[in-house]
Design a binder for this molecule. Structure first.
Ligand code: ADP
Length: 329
Protein backbone atom coordinates (compact mmCIF):
# COMPACT_ATOMS: atom_id res chain seq x y z
CA UNK A 1 0.00 0.00 0.00
CA UNK A 2 1.43 3.41 -0.95
CA UNK A 3 2.43 5.44 2.08
CA UNK A 4 1.69 9.16 1.79
CA UNK A 5 2.58 12.03 4.09
CA UNK A 6 1.58 15.68 4.10
CA UNK A 7 1.16 18.51 6.59
CA UNK A 8 -0.04 22.02 7.25
CA UNK A 9 1.65 24.41 9.66
CA UNK A 10 -0.46 26.23 12.25
CA UNK A 11 1.09 29.63 11.57
CA UNK A 12 -2.29 31.26 10.90
CA UNK A 13 -5.91 30.44 10.21
CA UNK A 14 -6.29 27.90 7.42
CA UNK A 15 -7.24 29.33 4.03
CA UNK A 16 -9.15 28.39 0.93
CA UNK A 17 -5.70 27.70 -0.59
CA UNK A 18 -4.99 25.11 2.11
CA UNK A 19 -8.39 23.54 1.50
CA UNK A 20 -8.35 23.36 -2.30
CA UNK A 21 -4.60 22.77 -2.62
CA UNK A 22 -4.19 20.33 0.27
CA UNK A 23 -7.07 19.17 2.49
CA UNK A 24 -9.47 18.33 -0.29
CA UNK A 25 -6.78 16.40 -2.14
CA UNK A 26 -5.99 14.51 1.05
CA UNK A 27 -9.61 13.48 1.49
CA UNK A 28 -9.60 12.20 -2.11
CA UNK A 29 -6.32 10.31 -1.51
CA UNK A 30 -7.76 8.74 1.62
CA UNK A 31 -10.44 7.09 -0.53
CA UNK A 32 -7.69 5.24 -2.42
CA UNK A 33 -5.88 2.25 -0.94
CA UNK A 34 -3.22 4.44 0.66
CA UNK A 35 -1.63 4.43 4.08
CA UNK A 36 -1.88 8.16 4.68
CA UNK A 37 -0.37 10.28 7.44
CA UNK A 38 -1.52 13.87 7.82
CA UNK A 39 0.23 16.11 10.28
CA UNK A 40 -0.18 19.50 11.93
CA UNK A 41 3.45 20.54 11.55
CA UNK A 42 3.60 22.84 14.57
CA UNK A 43 7.41 23.01 14.80
CA UNK A 44 7.39 24.76 11.44
CA UNK A 45 5.23 27.53 12.92
CA UNK A 46 8.16 28.55 15.14
CA UNK A 47 10.40 29.64 12.27
CA UNK A 48 9.06 33.19 12.35
CA UNK A 49 7.95 35.50 15.14
CA UNK A 50 5.18 33.62 16.98
CA UNK A 51 2.91 33.84 19.97
CA UNK A 52 3.00 30.59 22.03
CA UNK A 53 -0.68 30.57 23.05
CA UNK A 54 -1.77 31.34 19.49
CA UNK A 55 0.31 28.55 17.99
CA UNK A 56 -1.19 26.07 20.46
CA UNK A 57 -4.72 27.27 19.68
CA UNK A 58 -4.16 27.24 15.91
CA UNK A 59 -2.63 23.79 16.10
CA UNK A 60 -5.80 22.32 17.62
CA UNK A 61 -7.96 24.35 15.25
CA UNK A 62 -6.03 22.97 12.26
CA UNK A 63 -6.49 19.40 13.54
CA UNK A 64 -10.22 20.07 13.99
CA UNK A 65 -10.37 21.37 10.40
CA UNK A 66 -8.59 18.24 9.14
CA UNK A 67 -11.46 16.22 10.60
CA UNK A 68 -14.11 18.74 9.51
CA UNK A 69 -12.81 18.51 5.93
CA UNK A 70 -13.69 14.83 5.95
CA UNK A 71 -10.49 13.04 6.94
CA UNK A 72 -11.45 9.87 8.76
CA UNK A 73 -9.13 8.90 11.65
CA UNK A 74 -10.09 5.26 11.10
CA UNK A 75 -8.70 5.41 7.56
CA UNK A 76 -5.65 7.63 8.04
CA UNK A 77 -3.27 8.78 10.77
CA UNK A 78 -3.79 12.32 12.05
CA UNK A 79 -1.25 13.76 14.46
CA UNK A 80 0.79 16.72 15.64
CA UNK A 81 4.46 16.84 14.64
CA UNK A 82 5.84 17.87 18.06
CA UNK A 83 4.17 14.84 19.67
CA UNK A 84 6.58 12.56 17.79
CA UNK A 85 10.26 13.14 18.70
CA UNK A 86 11.51 11.19 15.67
CA UNK A 87 11.09 14.26 13.43
CA UNK A 88 13.72 16.32 15.25
CA UNK A 89 15.94 13.28 15.86
CA UNK A 90 16.11 12.65 12.13
CA UNK A 91 16.34 16.30 11.20
CA UNK A 92 19.81 16.58 12.72
CA UNK A 93 21.15 13.70 10.65
CA UNK A 94 19.75 15.35 7.55
CA UNK A 95 21.36 18.66 8.54
CA UNK A 96 24.61 16.69 8.38
CA UNK A 97 23.62 15.66 4.84
CA UNK A 98 22.46 19.03 3.43
CA UNK A 99 24.65 22.02 2.61
CA UNK A 100 23.98 25.61 3.56
CA UNK A 101 24.15 26.59 -0.13
CA UNK A 102 21.23 24.42 -1.13
CA UNK A 103 19.13 25.76 1.73
CA UNK A 104 19.92 29.40 0.96
CA UNK A 105 18.69 28.81 -2.59
CA UNK A 106 15.16 27.90 -1.42
CA UNK A 107 12.65 30.42 -2.78
CA UNK A 108 10.52 30.47 0.38
CA UNK A 109 13.61 31.10 2.52
CA UNK A 110 14.62 34.04 0.38
CA UNK A 111 11.12 35.54 0.49
CA UNK A 112 10.49 34.99 4.19
CA UNK A 113 14.00 36.06 5.24
CA UNK A 114 13.61 39.26 3.22
CA UNK A 115 10.25 39.91 4.91
CA UNK A 116 11.71 39.34 8.40
CA UNK A 117 14.64 41.66 7.65
CA UNK A 118 12.30 44.34 6.28
CA UNK A 119 10.30 44.16 9.52
CA UNK A 120 13.54 44.69 11.45
CA UNK A 121 13.40 41.15 12.93
CA UNK A 122 16.29 38.72 13.00
CA UNK A 123 16.05 35.73 10.66
CA UNK A 124 15.67 32.63 12.83
CA UNK A 125 18.13 29.89 11.96
CA UNK A 126 15.18 27.48 11.82
CA UNK A 127 13.80 29.44 8.84
CA UNK A 128 16.88 28.33 6.92
CA UNK A 129 16.80 24.73 8.17
CA UNK A 130 13.01 24.33 7.90
CA UNK A 131 13.15 22.34 4.62
CA UNK A 132 15.49 19.86 6.34
CA UNK A 133 12.96 19.29 9.11
CA UNK A 134 10.32 18.92 6.41
CA UNK A 135 12.50 16.31 4.70
CA UNK A 136 12.68 14.50 8.06
CA UNK A 137 8.86 14.67 8.34
CA UNK A 138 8.60 12.83 5.04
CA UNK A 139 11.56 10.43 5.21
CA UNK A 140 10.83 9.25 8.77
CA UNK A 141 7.75 7.46 7.43
CA UNK A 142 9.19 5.92 4.28
CA UNK A 143 6.56 8.02 2.48
CA UNK A 144 6.45 7.30 -1.25
CA UNK A 145 4.16 10.20 -2.18
CA UNK A 146 3.81 13.72 -0.85
CA UNK A 147 0.67 15.54 -2.01
CA UNK A 148 1.37 19.30 -1.76
CA UNK A 149 0.62 22.52 -3.59
CA UNK A 150 3.00 23.91 -6.20
CA UNK A 151 4.67 26.19 -3.60
CA UNK A 152 6.08 23.15 -1.78
CA UNK A 153 7.53 21.38 -4.82
CA UNK A 154 11.06 22.68 -4.23
CA UNK A 155 11.07 21.46 -0.63
CA UNK A 156 9.95 17.96 -1.61
CA UNK A 157 12.69 17.93 -4.24
CA UNK A 158 15.19 18.70 -1.49
CA UNK A 159 13.80 15.77 0.52
CA UNK A 160 14.40 13.55 -2.53
CA UNK A 161 17.95 14.85 -2.98
CA UNK A 162 18.77 14.26 0.69
CA UNK A 163 17.30 10.74 0.62
CA UNK A 164 19.31 9.82 -2.47
CA UNK A 165 22.52 11.34 -1.05
CA UNK A 166 22.10 9.63 2.34
CA UNK A 167 21.38 6.28 0.66
CA UNK A 168 24.47 6.59 -1.55
CA UNK A 169 26.77 7.54 1.31
CA UNK A 170 25.53 5.29 4.07
CA UNK A 171 23.66 2.46 2.36
CA UNK A 172 19.99 2.16 1.58
CA UNK A 173 18.06 3.87 4.39
CA UNK A 174 15.21 5.96 2.99
CA UNK A 175 12.41 5.61 0.48
CA UNK A 176 12.85 8.38 -2.12
CA UNK A 177 9.55 10.32 -2.09
CA UNK A 178 7.66 11.74 -5.05
CA UNK A 179 5.78 15.01 -5.14
CA UNK A 180 2.12 14.76 -6.16
CA UNK A 181 0.58 18.04 -7.31
CA UNK A 182 -3.17 18.60 -7.49
CA UNK A 183 -4.55 18.74 -11.02
CA UNK A 184 -6.64 21.78 -10.12
CA UNK A 185 -6.01 24.63 -7.65
CA UNK A 186 -2.32 23.85 -7.21
CA UNK A 187 -1.86 27.54 -6.52
CA UNK A 188 -4.75 29.69 -5.27
CA UNK A 189 -3.68 33.32 -5.42
CA UNK A 190 -4.39 36.24 -3.08
CA UNK A 191 -7.59 38.05 -4.13
CA UNK A 192 -5.95 41.46 -3.59
CA UNK A 193 -2.58 40.53 -5.06
CA UNK A 194 -2.83 37.79 -7.70
CA UNK A 195 0.96 37.71 -8.00
CA UNK A 196 1.18 36.26 -4.47
CA UNK A 197 -0.23 32.94 -3.31
CA UNK A 198 -3.12 32.98 -0.85
CA UNK A 199 -1.03 32.22 2.23
CA UNK A 200 -2.22 32.12 5.83
CA UNK A 201 0.88 33.92 7.08
CA UNK A 202 0.42 36.97 4.86
CA UNK A 203 -0.46 40.27 6.43
CA UNK A 204 -3.26 41.33 4.12
CA UNK A 205 -6.34 39.42 5.25
CA UNK A 206 -8.60 41.20 2.71
CA UNK A 207 -7.33 39.00 -0.12
CA UNK A 208 -7.47 35.77 1.86
CA UNK A 209 -10.54 33.60 2.33
CA UNK A 210 -10.23 31.75 5.64
CA UNK A 211 -12.02 28.43 6.04
CA UNK A 212 -13.96 29.73 9.01
CA UNK A 213 -14.95 33.08 7.48
CA UNK A 214 -18.69 33.80 7.68
CA UNK A 215 -20.51 33.55 4.32
CA UNK A 216 -21.04 37.34 4.28
CA UNK A 217 -17.32 37.92 4.79
CA UNK A 218 -16.42 35.47 2.03
CA UNK A 219 -18.83 37.23 -0.34
CA UNK A 220 -17.39 40.64 0.52
CA UNK A 221 -13.80 39.49 -0.05
CA UNK A 222 -14.62 37.88 -3.40
CA UNK A 223 -16.67 40.86 -4.62
CA UNK A 224 -13.71 43.14 -3.80
CA UNK A 225 -11.16 40.91 -5.54
CA UNK A 226 -8.91 42.89 -7.86
CA UNK A 227 -9.55 42.20 -11.51
CA UNK A 228 -7.29 43.19 -14.34
CA UNK A 229 -7.51 46.30 -16.43
CA UNK A 230 -8.37 45.53 -20.02
CA UNK A 231 -11.53 45.53 -22.07
CA UNK A 232 -13.46 43.95 -19.19
CA UNK A 233 -14.14 40.71 -21.06
CA UNK A 234 -13.74 37.49 -19.12
CA UNK A 235 -10.90 35.46 -20.61
CA UNK A 236 -8.72 32.78 -19.03
CA UNK A 237 -5.14 34.00 -19.35
CA UNK A 238 -2.96 33.43 -16.31
CA UNK A 239 -0.09 35.60 -17.52
CA UNK A 240 -1.96 38.62 -18.87
CA UNK A 241 -5.08 38.48 -16.65
CA UNK A 242 -3.97 36.85 -13.37
CA UNK A 243 -6.80 38.28 -11.24
CA UNK A 244 -9.59 36.93 -13.45
CA UNK A 245 -7.72 33.68 -14.05
CA UNK A 246 -7.49 33.17 -10.27
CA UNK A 247 -11.27 33.63 -9.89
CA UNK A 248 -11.85 31.18 -12.75
CA UNK A 249 -9.42 28.69 -11.19
CA UNK A 250 -11.26 28.91 -7.87
CA UNK A 251 -14.64 28.47 -9.57
CA UNK A 252 -13.23 25.57 -11.54
CA UNK A 253 -11.93 23.90 -8.36
CA UNK A 254 -15.34 24.34 -6.73
CA UNK A 255 -17.49 23.20 -9.67
CA UNK A 256 -15.29 20.79 -11.63
CA UNK A 257 -15.76 22.73 -14.91
CA UNK A 258 -12.73 23.78 -16.99
CA UNK A 259 -11.64 27.41 -16.34
CA UNK A 260 -11.53 28.32 -20.05
CA UNK A 261 -15.04 26.91 -20.56
CA UNK A 262 -16.26 28.86 -17.53
CA UNK A 263 -14.81 32.08 -18.97
CA UNK A 264 -17.09 31.73 -22.02
CA UNK A 265 -20.15 31.87 -19.77
CA UNK A 266 -19.48 35.39 -18.49
CA UNK A 267 -19.46 38.78 -20.14
CA UNK A 268 -18.64 40.81 -17.02
CA UNK A 269 -16.70 40.53 -13.76
CA UNK A 270 -19.70 41.17 -11.50
CA UNK A 271 -21.60 38.00 -12.42
CA UNK A 272 -18.39 35.96 -12.28
CA UNK A 273 -17.59 37.21 -8.79
CA UNK A 274 -21.12 36.53 -7.56
CA UNK A 275 -20.88 32.92 -8.77
CA UNK A 276 -17.39 32.46 -7.29
CA UNK A 277 -18.59 33.76 -3.92
CA UNK A 278 -21.61 31.47 -3.97
CA UNK A 279 -19.53 28.43 -5.00
CA UNK A 280 -16.94 29.04 -2.27
CA UNK A 281 -19.63 29.53 0.40
CA UNK A 282 -21.26 26.25 -0.67
CA UNK A 283 -17.98 24.31 -0.71
CA UNK A 284 -17.07 25.56 2.77
CA UNK A 285 -20.54 25.25 4.34
CA UNK A 286 -20.30 21.54 5.29
CA UNK A 287 -16.74 22.03 6.55
CA UNK A 288 -17.84 24.90 8.78
CA UNK A 289 -20.82 22.93 10.08
CA UNK A 290 -18.69 19.92 10.98
CA UNK A 291 -16.07 22.18 12.53
CA UNK A 292 -18.68 23.68 14.86
CA UNK A 293 -19.75 20.19 15.99
CA UNK A 294 -16.20 18.95 16.53
CA UNK A 295 -15.06 22.13 18.30
CA UNK A 296 -17.78 21.51 20.89
CA UNK A 297 -15.90 18.35 21.95
CA UNK A 298 -12.17 19.24 22.14
CA UNK A 299 -11.52 16.04 24.13
CA UNK A 300 -12.58 14.01 21.10
CA UNK A 301 -10.02 15.76 18.87
CA UNK A 302 -7.32 15.24 21.53
CA UNK A 303 -8.05 11.50 21.61
CA UNK A 304 -7.68 11.29 17.82
CA UNK A 305 -4.36 13.13 17.99
CA UNK A 306 -2.99 10.97 20.82
CA UNK A 307 -3.82 7.75 18.97
CA UNK A 308 -2.38 9.20 15.76
CA UNK A 309 0.91 10.16 17.45
CA UNK A 310 1.24 6.69 18.91
CA UNK A 311 0.86 5.03 15.53
CA UNK A 312 3.18 7.57 13.87
CA UNK A 313 5.86 6.98 16.52
CA UNK A 314 5.68 3.25 15.90
CA UNK A 315 6.25 3.76 12.18
CA UNK A 316 9.00 6.36 12.46
CA UNK A 317 11.11 4.83 15.22
CA UNK A 318 12.56 1.91 13.18
CA UNK A 319 13.29 4.17 10.20
CA UNK A 320 15.09 6.75 12.32
CA UNK A 321 16.95 4.06 14.28
CA UNK A 322 18.10 2.61 10.95
CA UNK A 323 19.37 6.05 9.89
CA UNK A 324 21.32 6.44 13.17
CA UNK A 325 22.88 3.02 12.70
CA UNK A 326 23.78 3.56 9.06
CA UNK A 327 25.37 6.97 9.64
CA UNK A 328 27.69 5.44 12.22
CA UNK A 329 26.06 6.07 15.61
P1 ADP B 1 0.70 28.34 4.09
O1 ADP B 1 1.40 28.89 2.93
O2 ADP B 1 -0.76 28.58 4.09
O3 ADP B 1 1.37 28.66 5.40
P2 ADP B 1 1.60 25.59 4.44
O4 ADP B 1 3.04 25.86 4.17
O5 ADP B 1 1.19 25.22 5.81
O6 ADP B 1 0.72 26.78 3.89
O7 ADP B 1 1.10 24.52 3.38
C1 ADP B 1 0.13 23.55 3.65
C2 ADP B 1 -0.34 22.92 2.36
O8 ADP B 1 -1.28 23.82 1.75
C3 ADP B 1 0.76 22.66 1.35
O9 ADP B 1 0.46 21.47 0.66
C4 ADP B 1 0.64 23.84 0.43
O10 ADP B 1 1.15 23.55 -0.85
C5 ADP B 1 -0.87 24.07 0.41
N1 ADP B 1 -1.18 25.45 0.08
C6 ADP B 1 -0.95 26.53 0.88
N2 ADP B 1 -1.36 27.66 0.27
C7 ADP B 1 -1.85 27.29 -0.94
C8 ADP B 1 -2.42 28.00 -2.04
N3 ADP B 1 -2.59 29.30 -2.00
N4 ADP B 1 -2.83 27.29 -3.12
C9 ADP B 1 -2.69 25.95 -3.18
N5 ADP B 1 -2.15 25.21 -2.17
C10 ADP B 1 -1.73 25.87 -1.06
Amino acid sequence: MTRIFSGIKPSGHLTLGNYLGALRQWVAAEQEPHDALFCVVDLHALTVDHDPARVRRLSRQAATLFLASGLDPLKCTLFVQSHVDEHTRLSYLLECTATDGELRRMIQYKEKAARARAAGDGVRLSLLTYPVLMAADILAYDAAEVPVGEDQRQHVELARDLAVRFNLRYGHTFTVPQVVLPTVAARVMDLQDPAAKMGKSHENGAGIVYLLDEPAVITKKVMRAVTDSGDGGVVYDRAARPGVANLLDILSACTGAEPAALADRYSGYGALKRDVAEAVVEVLRPVQERHAELAADPGGVERVLRAGAERARGLARPVVDRAYRNIGL
